[in-house]
Structure formats: structure tokens, C-alpha cells
Write a protein that binds this ligand. Sequence first.
Ligand code: GAL
Length: 317
Amino acid sequence: MKKIIALVMALVIVALCGVACAEAAAPKIGITIYQFADNFMTLYREELVRYLTEDCGIPSENITIVDGKNDQAEQTNQIDGFIADNVDVMILNLVQSSSAASVIQKADAAGIPVVFINREPSAEDMALNGNFCYVGADARQSGTFQGQIIAETENKGDWNGNGVVDYVMIMGDPENVDAQYRTQFSIKALEDAGLKVNKLFEQRGDWDQTKGQELAATALSQFGNDIDVIFCNNDAMALGAYQAIVDAGRTVGQDIYLVGVDALDECQQMVNDGTMTGTVLNDHVGQSHTAADAALKAAKGETLEKYYWVDYVKVTK
Ligand code: GAL
């Protein structure tokens, strides 16, 4: 009997230790997203947490994910909090990419690796010392795809037949390279295809649907039928622009073109229905998984590469 009791106790001890050891082995991860209200980053963060917990087996209590509320001061406090809590790794979607340098230095001093996502720090900051990386997609590619989508239409983006692609550009937050490159490379792709271009209007809509609608409405009332194409740096703003196009009595695919980036579900549906000319898949699944894998490696003490790239994909009917 004594032997059986001893055996049972030994088994209980081993089982308890097993649980404790597994918990001790799971890293603590601090994540901050520039703004929870952002459509695309909502898909991204939900998949990131799902993948970490369900596929990688990280207990959800080990993951802290907070909303930067598009406020760099607030987000800096969050990052300082992660460092004070001694997390094992941070996954950071900065409000302002220009804050990367100070974050890299603080994290390095605390010995905490960092995975930057979605907002690419400058090449200069990426050259600093520390165990950190950037996981993202090359925004030049998404811009190029947008331009190609228009260059490949039957009338080559020229509805009014004046031999020029007259366009409106609705930009994201210009502090972000995604906005800068998409704006630049969409037009470069038109020019590379041998087309003449004419910029009628260019303003920042900060990735936001309501602002996209307001700006498109302003442009449509100012330039009317002169507009051949509305380029939006993302789908949320394209959804807004679509509403303004309808309100102005114009019809996508019949007298105007509309392109975005992200391939949100509703925009894929619109491309299928012909109410949007095209979009570009911003692969939040690939990016979130790559970011999580890098973070888990770094938490185990492995050295990160500087960049992990995920491809964009052109989406047309
Ligand atoms: C872009 C995305 C936008 C917005 C932005 C936030 O990659 O296309 O919709 O989410 O990131 O930084």
C-alpha cells in the first residue's frame, strides 16, 4: 500500500512539474498595435493572437496586446511597461516609424528582442545594434501592382480619351513608407507602361474610410468627369471613395476606375462584382505568422535576420 501511495505521489509531482515547466518555458510577449480601429490591422492582430495561442501553444495569459490609439506618447509608455515587466520579446507596430531608433536602443539595453511589423523603420535605424527585425511586405510592389492593374485595362486608364491618365491619389499616413511608396510606384508603373499621367488631386486620408470618402467627394466635385482613376493607398479609403463615386453619379468600370490595397473581404467581393477595378492582397496571414515565428525564435535566444519579407498579390476580376 505504502509503495502505491509513494508511486501515486511521485506521479503527481512529475505531472505538476510538467505543467510548471511548460509554463515557465512559454515566453512572455508584449504586443502593441498602432491603432485597433484600423481595418487591416484588425485582421492582422486577430490572426497574430490566434496563431500564437492556437498553433504555437502560447498560453493567452503570456500575451499582452494593447492599442497604441494612434498616439506615439501613449505607445511609448506601453513599450516602457513591457520593458519594466521584463517580457521575453516585443512585437511592435509603431505609431511613428521614426520612433524606432529610441525603441531599439532601450530594448537592446534591456536585452529584449523586437519584431517590428507593418510600419518599416528607416534603413538607418535598421542598421543599429540589437536583436531586432522587420517583418512586412515591400510597399513598392503593392504600388507597382496598382499601376499595372490600371495600365492593363482596355482603355489603359483613359476614360475621357485625352491621351492621359488623369488621376486622384488618396494617401495613407505619409509618415509611413507604405503610403509614400504606393503613391510613388503606382504612378511609376503607369509611366513604365508608356502612359502619360496627370495628377489632379493628392491628399492624405490616413488609411481611414470616412476621410477617404470626404476626399474623393471633394475631388469629384472639383474635377468631375476629368477624373479617370482614383488610386487609394488602402482598401478602407477605397470603400469610402466608392461611396463618393456612387453619390457623384459615376460608375466604376464604366466611366471611372478605383483601386486599393489590402484585399479586404468586401473589396475582393467588389472586384468580383466589378464595383472596384482591383486591389492588392496585403497578406496579413503570412505576415502575422512570420512575425510570430520570428518572435518565438528570438525569445529562445536566437539571432534574427534584419528583414523577413512577405509578397503582395495582385487581385483583379
Ligand atoms: C498598411 C495597410 C493599411 C493600414 C496601414 C497601417 O500596410 O495597407 O490599410 O493598415 O498598413 O500602418
